[in-house]
Design a protein around this ligand. Structure first.
Ligand SMILES: [Zn+2]
Length: 388
């Protein structure tokens, strides 16, 4: 027996087509089947003065920090000092605590209306977790380290992947962590693997000025950090994020996480390579008090920008709507429709979940958020101002 239900609403905001006033959305057996004007008033249930929008896609997070009640450190702190706190926190976390934090993070995401997650996963992720299909996860297996451990690192990741392929609610990806933490040998090995297996590849890149300084000169706070951690220093200097972008461009789906300090030439390079997605983490960006994010420069070049919360180690929660509201606050000239797309469909594209989620489109998952409308505001203003 099929299970069919339809909802009428003052506005339906599908994202991939213009909003529909007095619309009717029908879901059959958990899948959207139609979206049309509610002409005959024939919806099973009329929800009234509300807007229906797709659930959110959080393109970048690290759920193992979801047990934190407040971000580590203080706003505006130097990123290398923050990384030291992250390392210390992790070293004190047991596997049970880590699994509990991931479970909490998934629960919190679900409550906040998120249905897809790009998770940076450290070993051994979710071995004890019972996952449900409420949230699909693109699990980027994170690797970092020096040349001596390349083959072990990749072998371990492959074994882990093979062990877990039975799941149908998470999908694999790979993450060479960042330029300062990944040797060239490991980076190239991971890219080869990503090409062979068609794995989306997420890398933290151009996140801080200190990272750029280290890339170019081998000096600065990152040198001090690596020396303090007894990690071998990279052999190369005089690099720019562009050197990494060029290498990343050969994988099928490269994701640039942050990209806070990409220059015009680097943005042009990304714009010329349509397989790239860039992920902006608005409240984490604010936490570190970075220079203003080049969002308008990215969008002007038609670069596909998705939104992530990053983790609770640099953000108070995992609420995607709060991220979009932060974007609206910082960039009042960007169309609200575009902001909503970044938090939904663009995220789905980045994680390659666009056939399941990200817009209210026939054939996709039959799920949506109901946002009450303020009579004095446009539907988009209501969405971007509501407390959720
Ligand atoms: Zn991150």
């Amino acid at each position: 027996m099929t299970n069919s239900y339809s909802w009428g609403a003052k506005w339906i905001i599908p994202i991939d087509q213009p909003p529909i006033e007095n619309g009717c959305l029908t879901v059959v057996d958990g899948v959207i089947t139609s979206l049309e004007p509610n002409r005959q008033n024939d919806a099973t249930e009329d929800l009234g003065d509300v807007a229906l929008i797709p659930l959110f896609v959080n393109a970048h997070t690290h759920l193992e920090f979801s047990g934190l009640n407040r971000p580590l450190g203080e706003p505006g702190m130097r990123i290398t000092d923050w990384i030291l706190q992250v390392i210390e926190y992790r070293s004190e976390q047991t596997v049970e605590q880590k699994n509990a934090a991931i479970a909490d993070g998934l629960k919190e995401s679900l409550v906040c209306g998120t249905t897809g997650i790009g998770e940076i996963a450290t070993h051994p992720w979710f071995q004890e977790l019972a996952l449900t299909d409420d949230i699909l996860i693109r699990c980027f297996i994170e690797r970092l380290g020096s040349a001596t451990v390349v083959s072990t690192q990749i072998q371990e990741a492959k074994r882990w992947l093979n062990h877990h392929t039975a799941h149908d609610v998470w999908y694999p990806g790979v993450s060479p962590h960042a330029p300062y933490s990944v040797s060239d040998e490991l980076f190239h090995g991971l890219l080869d693997w990503a090409v062979t297996e068609s794995l989306p590849t997420a890398m933290h890149l151009a996140e801080s000025r200190e990272e750029l300084q280290f890339m170019e000169t081998g000096e600065g706070p990152f040198r001090d950090l690596l020396e303090a951690l007894n990690v071998p220093l990279p052999a190369h200097t005089q690099r720019r994020p562009l050197d990494y972008l060029k290498k990343l461009s050969r994988v099928p789906k490269p994701l640039v996480v942050h990209g806070n300090y990409l220059n015009g030439k680097e943005l042009d390079f990304i714009a010329e390579h349509a397989n790239f997605n860039v992920i902006f983490c608005p409240r984490t960006h604010a936490y570190f008090e970075h220079a203003p994010y080049p969002l308008e420069d990215l969008l002007r070049r038609n670069i596909d920008v998705a939104i992530g919360t990053d983790s609770r180690a640099s953000n108070p929660d995992l609420n995607m709507l709060a991220e979009l509201q932060e974007v609206h606050r910082c960039f009042p000239d960007i169309a609200p429709e575009k902001i909503l797309e970044m938090g939904t469909l663009a995220g789905a594209r980045a994680l390659q979940f666009e056939h399941q989620m990200g817009s209210l489109t026939p054939g996709k998952r039959g799920e949506f958020l109901t946002i009450p409308l303020e009579s004095t505001m446009t539907p988009m203003e209501s969405i971007l101002s509501i407390e959720f």
